[in-house]
Design a binder for this molecule. Structure first.
Ligand code: GLU
Length: 428
């Protein structure tokens, strides 16, 4: 038996600051501000549980390859844990831990009864066939099955995974149990207990909160221009829904680079083009920009919707947007945060801006547990209400404490989780 190790084929992500160190630094700022009890503080700045798995997968050519994966559960004080599974060559333990901590804050701000979790496999999914991806997913699901479950930890899609991935996990888990367990994952296809509106939920939330922010800043959103970095699930739905509301999307990008048209891109045309060609490369009626150039375009709103560490000390000073909506998790590092803040840029932090996804995941889980399903209209309305309510609460905290939006969001989140930790106290 010949087994090869899946290594790191050219990491796509910049080797920026360590994501978990960033997450801890962001938490520390809030803990300091809240004068958090040192005991609770030391609990919350760590990840409660981490599982690392190394597993073999049968490849189409008959060989066997080894893969490495993780599942991290940051905090279990407010309920089961929740968060996506990422397939990407740049996945690291540190990244998964950071993402799990961010999920905890996201769920707390949105009053969802979950702690945060995240999983990942070190793999470039574009390199694998559908059959290999299915093998990998089923084996990974089996390896982490000791960790997940509808009352324990509920995965969902993230970068590099989708509804099909969730269907394979749901099926694998259900086969082990001997009956269907739809509530073990969210973001599933509708045919097996998925929810209306889940696929576009993160993008819809990004659209709603961006418009709320523009209104708050007295900027006419129909005159606003937007640049979006990343054209995966989140970026493409954000672009589509913002354009539908009359917002002018002038630039979008994917791994091949970006396209820019100051007069506005025709988003339905762009979506069709990507559908046909697989990427933005070669799209006409726009000029080419690099991913780095896109971040510094003269626009009203900049939406990083790709990966971590895109706006750092080196380029933060060149950002010309009035508003940043963090559709990705962790796109701005703490040094950049300060620069953007000093430059008067209104930043909607990830834990607020991109929580539309986990919010509709929560709706999906509730529907699965009740075996009673809601209409798309109902989902969209509930999502809009929660997004606006969370925006208003974070804004109120910003104004009453005279802090920026990230710290305001963290103040609400850390207070909510620490209240739960204190109420439960320490066992034994
Ligand atoms: N992966 C998404 C996120 O980062 C969704 C998580 C979920 O729905 O559980 O928020």
């Amino acid at each position: 038996m010949v087994v090869t190790q899946q290594g790191r084929p050219s990491p796509v992500m910049d080797a920026g600051p360590d994501p978990f160190v960033t997450a801890q630094r962001q938490f520390d700022i809030a803990a300091e501000f809240l004068n958090l009890d040192p005991g609770v503080r030391s609990i919350l700045r760590e990840v409660q549980r981490v599982l690392e798995v190394n597993f073999p997968v049968h490849m189409d050519d008959g060989s066997i390859e080894m893969f490495k994966g993780y599942r991290a559960q940051h905090n279990l004080h407010r309920g089961p844990t929740k968060g996506g599974i990422r397939y990407h060559p740049g996945v690291t333990l540190s990244e998964v831990k950071a993402l799990s901590m961010w999920m905890t804050w996201k769920c707390a701000i949105f009053k969802l009864p979950y702690g945060g979790a995240k999983g990942g496999v070190v793999v470039d999914p574009r390199r694998l066939s559908q059959h290999e991806l299915e093998n990998l997913t089923r084996r990974f699901a089996t390896e982490i099955s000791v960790f997940i479950g509808p009352e324990r930890d509920i995965p969902a899609p993230d970068v590099g995974t989708n509804a099909q991935t969730m269907a394979w996990i749901m099926d694998t888990y259900s086969m082990h149990k001997g009956y269907s367990v739809p509530a073990v994952v969210t973001g599933k296809p509708l045919s097996i207990g998925g929810s209306e509106g889940r696929n576009e939920a993160t993008g819809r939330g990004v659209m709603i909160i961006t418009i709320e922010a523009l209104k708050h800043l007295d900027l006419d959103y129909q005159k606003a221009t937007v640049a979006i970095q990343g054209f995966g699930n989140v970026g493409s739905h954000s672009a589509r829904l913002l354009a539908k509301e009359g917002v002018k999307v002038v630039a979008v990008s994917d791994v091949t680079g970006g396209i820019y048209n100051p007069a506005g891109l025709n988003i339905p045309d762009v979506l069709r083009y990507v559908e046909e060609h697989g990427s933005l490369q070669g799209f006409r009626n726009a000029e080419y920009v690099t991913n780095a150039e896109l971040l510094t375009l003269p626009v009203t709103v900049l939406i990083p919707a790709a990966l971590e560490n895109q706006i750092t000390e080196t380029n933060a000073g060149q950002v010309r947007a009035r508003v940043i909506t963090e559709a990705a998790n962790g796109p701005v590092d703490p040094e950049a945060d300060e620069i953007l803040n000093d430059n008067g840029i209104f930043l909607l932090p990830d834990v607020l801006a991109n929580a539309g996804g986990v919010t509709v995941s929560y709706f999906e889980w509730v529907q699965d547990l009740q075996n009673f399903f809601w209409s798309e209209k109902e989902i969209d309305q509930r999502l809009a209400d929660i997004m606006r309510d969370s925006f208003r609460r974070v804004l109120a905290a910003k104004e009453s404490h005279d802090v920026n939006m990230r710290l305001a969001a963290y103040i609400l989140a850390v207070k909510t989780v620490s209240d739960a930790s204190n109420a439960r106290s320490i066992y034994p």
